[in-house]
Design a binder for this molecule. Structure first.
Ligand SMILES: C[S@@+](CC[C@H](N)C(=O)[O-])C[C@H]1O[C@@H](n2cnc3c(N)ncnc32)[C@H](O)[C@@H]1O
Length: 307
């Protein structure tokens, strides 16, 4: 099976939602060419942050927010009533001042009467070392549903409990195991390494998100056969997560180079050769690395300083 790349959509005909596809075009043009009817089960994306990356033109923040608003409104009318939108964002930075984009974007979803189910903190271990503020080590996923009747498969994403042997110590369940044999709720702070340096998923894209971040959302918020859409697909990381779990995927992306890498990754996912870091793989413990030992030079300096 191969992944088609389309560069035009017909206004009247809806592309096949049971087929995974990539669309090489501007997102507004793409959404405008779709009939105004609910088709997406999950929309999950990381939009450009307006910080001057190679694929974006930096504009004043209010202009950027208006652009995001137009896109979110167009997506909303194509989202199924049982569907979810997950908007993954970090900070807009200007002259050293940060604006957390989730704060700036949340009113757009509120205006649409969407329901915020979680503000997930995606924590990661690596990044720039700031000198004038604390180094940023998390970004946010805003998870909104269109209605109260939404898909949430908690059992599919449970994680091992810290104390599975814990028992109730009072009440009618006294002495009985208090946890769930399938594990515990994974909570709303997720520790997943970001895609930097020699990460197994790294491509030439400057800011991919990890497949694992989207895997958990796909498993929890959709069913097999559902349609997952990423309006700013980059190298199709959301698509890899969707296809790994028998969901269909549509991705829209404006840069041809990324679309080509994305297609290659989706095809590898279908033929079982994709390399990725699963969301439930334990975090690497740096204490086992020789680099975690204090070097001899510093040891002497610290000992001198302490004496
Ligand atoms: C933060 S990146 C997303 C990366 C993606 N999550 C991944 O893992 O590869 C944002 C992407 O949006 C694309 N983009 C920017 N403006 C766009 C537009 N008007 N329409 C469609 N895609 C656009 C950029 O080229 C970039 O690849």
């Amino acid at each position: 099976m191969s992944i088609e790349i389309s560069s035009q959509v017909l206004r009247s005909a809806l592309p096949d939602s049971t087929k995974s596809q990539l669309f090489l075009m501007d997102i507004e043009q793409f959404l405008d060419s779709l009939p105004r009817k609910p088709i997406f089960d999950l929309v999950v994306t990381s939009p450009p942050y307006n910080i001057g990356k190679e694929y974006e033109k930096q504009v004043p923040l209010n202009e950027y927010i208006l652009w995001q608003k137009k896109i979110i409104q167009k997506i909303y009318s194509r989202l199924k009533n049982t569907g979810s939108i997950c908007w993954q964002v970090g900070n807009y930075v200007e002259n050293g001042s940060i604006t957390p984009l989730d704060i700036a974007i949340a009113p757009i979803f509120q205006k649409l009467n969407m329901h915020l189910r979680n503000r997930i903190i995606w924590h990661f271990g690596h990044g720039l070392h700031n000198k004038n503020r604390f180094s940023g080590r998390y970004e946010v996923v805003l998870w909104y549903t269109k209605s109260d009747d939404y898909t949430f498969n908690l059992d599919d994403v449970r994680i091992p409990a810290k104390y599975p042997g814990k028992r109730s110590y009072r009440g009618e369940n006294k002495g009985k195991l208090s946890g769930n044999p399938k594990g515990k709720n994974p909570e709303d702070v997720w520790d997943i390494p970001n895609v930097k340096g020699n990460h197994i998923e790294k491509t030439s894209h400057p800011c991919q998100f990890p497949v694992g971040l989207i895997e958990r959302l796909v498993l929890a918020l959709t069913k097999p056969g559902d349609l997952v859409f990423d309006p700013f697909a980059g190298v199709a990381s959301s698509g890899v997560a969707a296809l790994l779990h028998e969901r269909n995927f549509w991705g829209c992306e404006i840069m041809e180079d990324y679309i080509k890498i994305g297609r290659d990754r989706l095809e590898k996912t279908l033929n079982g050769t994709i390399e990725y870091r699963p969301y439930d793989k334990p975090i690497y413990d740096p204490r086992i690395s020789a680099l975690s030992k204090i070097p001899a030079e510093w040891r002497t300096t610290n000992e001198d300083a302490n004496s």
